[in-house]
Design a protein around this ligand. Structure first.
Ligand code: FES
Length: 572
């Protein structure tokens, strides 16, 4: 260790400040020699009983502490705002940037030399990584792990994915309320996050492919004892990383982001990947634009047969070999000049871990589940800055489609009218939902996969083209055009669509076109009235004034970049 540890600016002081910094810590029973210059490791815990996916993190924190102590470090656990996808209204995404600020300032303002991020539910991963990236200390992520496979009446069911299915079955009378309540328990039968390739699993694979976890960490089920081993080993490793001064900026290079984009395509990751990794790139100073996802990732085939794109679940992925097998299949397509938290690249990390134990779960690059499965970016007068689609979750026959727009002016309008038998809609129409973007909702909720009208579901139709400036849950499926940018609330052309307009989607041509003349659009724009701001005070007001577009990762403009880890002034 050749660099002075930043924690010495607290615990190494010989004056009044030093007394204050050490003495109050000693009320927790810490002996004097804990302040002798050993690396202080922050354990950033997103535990909350209101975030059920992360409710087991006290155990993980204890395992990390064990590892830190074994390696000669001084572990200190601290909480930050926890974002639970299921309970938090109006959407956890509204608070991702707020939680990132909490993580950033908690890390920078405290005597921490390296940080372990305990992450699980969707937003808890990007928010903590964004915060840590804006500080720049050695950082390691311990993903909390997915739940065990859901089991219902002899069948595997996936969290999230089967919610949409159960909802449809309730609407069409195939399932009773009683059946549904029984199925709820069958779906969430262990600790952990959603066990489909939803956004939480996508984020876990993202941090592993970026190089921020120990190898193989992302797929281990939360209930598997090897998850605790991984937490303990991560505790040991972060102490070494501090000694090696292996800071997060050395790991998060442009090449690491390109690797992660390819891996996300191969695992059929959530479209939310785009928005979160773009925000992380913005913090670390790596240029990443929407087109990069298409040019780098769209040609990569789908290798992982997991819901919602396929049939298996994360537990099966782990037993088949986990992410190291995927990395091995992609080996000739990944950059080698990257470094991960181990100090080595992926190629070295996965040596001896590349056997696939179930090729029905993880296919080979030569015989993939689907060719060209990565997220694509479509553009046109309806989305001048682009919109996002996930082909592996869409219906191939709808990838080229022209249909009549049926417009919902808000989510309330949609909820009120979608099941009205009088609604003028058929399966060839294009469903359009406005004002669900970052500013519009506010917070860009996961409503882009709006359920089809009941009368269409009753015909046995499962999918239609749907367009919005919102997001789609990573557990969901459908031919949904998402993240339309610029969004309707700031005057994007999506705001000008009217019932009966024709809309053309041509994914092969990357085209999204509103068949309305420029003159007519100008007339409509002259009459358009921007919606009233959603809040006139507090965080929400700050958010709507500063949030950037979905194409920029929906971060707050003033949070881009890093402020480093130096704090020059003392508090007394
Ligand atoms: Fe937390 Fe799905 S609700 S991961």
């Amino acid at each position: 260790m050749n660099k002075k540890l930043r924690s010495r600016d607290w615990f190494g002081k010989k004056d009044k400040d030093g007394i204050i910094y050490r003495s109050w810590m000693k009320n927790q029973g810490m002996p004097t020699d804990m302040f002798d210059g050993r690396p202080v490791i922050g354990i950033c815990n997103t535990f909350s009983e209101l975030t059920p996916c992360n409710a087991h993190f006290r155990d993980h924190a204890e395992m990390v502490k064990r590892g830190v102590l074994e390696a000669g470090g001084f572990p200190v656990e601290f909480p930050i705002m926890s974002l639970g996808e299921t309970l938090l209204k109006p959407t956890a995404m509204l608070f991702r940037n707020l939680a990132s600020m909490d993580a950033e300032e908690s890390i920078r303002g405290n005597p921490i030399d390296g940080v372990v991020l305990l992450t699980g539910c969707d937003k808890t991963t990007p928010s903590t990584v964004m915060g840590a990236a804006s500080v720049g200390l050695p950082t390691i992520v311990v993903p909390g792990g997915p739940m065990l496979n859901g089991k219902y009446k002899g069948q595997d069911i996936g969290s999230g994915t089967h919610v949409w299915k159960f909802d449809e079955d309730m609407k069409t009378g195939k399932m009773t309320q009683e059946d549904c309540e029984y199925a709820e328990s069958c779906m969430s039968r262990s600790i952990g996050h959603c066990m489909t390739m939803g956004t939480a699993s996508t984020m876990a694979c993202m941090v592993e492919s970026l190089g921020l976890t120990l190898s193989g960490a992302s797929a281990i089920p939360a209930a598997d004892s090897r998850k605790k081993q991984m937490a303990q080993l991560s505790g040991r490793r972060i102490v070494e990383m501090v000694k090696e001064n292996l800071t997060i900026d050395k790991i998060l290079t442009r090449e690491a982001f390109e690797n992660a984009i390819k891996v996300n395509a191969a695992v059929g990751g959530s479209s939310n990947f785009i928005i979160h990794i773009t925000a992380i790139a913005g913090r670390i100073g790596v240029e990443l634009n929407l087109e990069d996802f298409d040019t780098i990732g769209s040609k990569i085939p789908l290798l992982l047969n997991l819901m919602p794109s396929g049939k298996y679940l994360m537990e099966d992925f782990y037993y088949a070999g986990g992410l190291p097998v995927i990395l091995n299949e992609l080996i000739n397509h990944l950059h080698k000049n990257v470094i991960t938290v181990s100090g080595k690249n992926h190629h070295d990390n996965i040596m001896g871990k590349t056997d696939c134990y179930n090729q029905d779960v993880i296919a080979t690059y030569e015989k993939p589940i689907q060719q060209e499965a990565g997220c694509v970016v479509v553009k046109g007068n309806l989305a001048l800055n682009g919109a996002v689609m996930k082909p592996s979750a869409a219906t191939p026959a709808l990838m080229k489609h022209k249909g009549r727009a049926v417009v919902f002016e808000s989510i309330e309008d949609y909820n009120k009218r979608v099941d009205d038998p009088e609604l003028d809609i058929d399966e060839n129409c294009v469903m359009v939902l406005k004002y669900v973007g970052p500013v519009g909702y506010p917070g860009m909720p996961e409503v882009g996969n709006m359920a089809l009208p009941k009368k269409i579901l009753q015909k046995g139709i499962k999918d239609m083209v749907r367009i919005s400036d919102g997001r789609m849950s990573g557990t969901a499926y459908g031919t949904a055009v998402l993240h339309v940018s610029p969004e309707s609330a700031i005057g994007g052309n999506l705001a000008l669509v009217q019932n009966g307009d024709m809309i053309e989607l041509d994914v092969a041509q990357r085209k999204l076109h509103l068949d309305v003349s420029d003159d007519e659009l100008a007339k409509r724009r002259a009459k358009w009235v921007a919606p009233k701001p959603a809040a006139d005070r507090g965080y929400v007001n700050l958010y709507i004034r500063h949030v950037m577009g979905a194409d920029k990762g929906a971060d707050l403009d003033f949070l881009q970049g890093s402020s480093g880890s130096v704090v020059t002034r003392d508090s007394h």
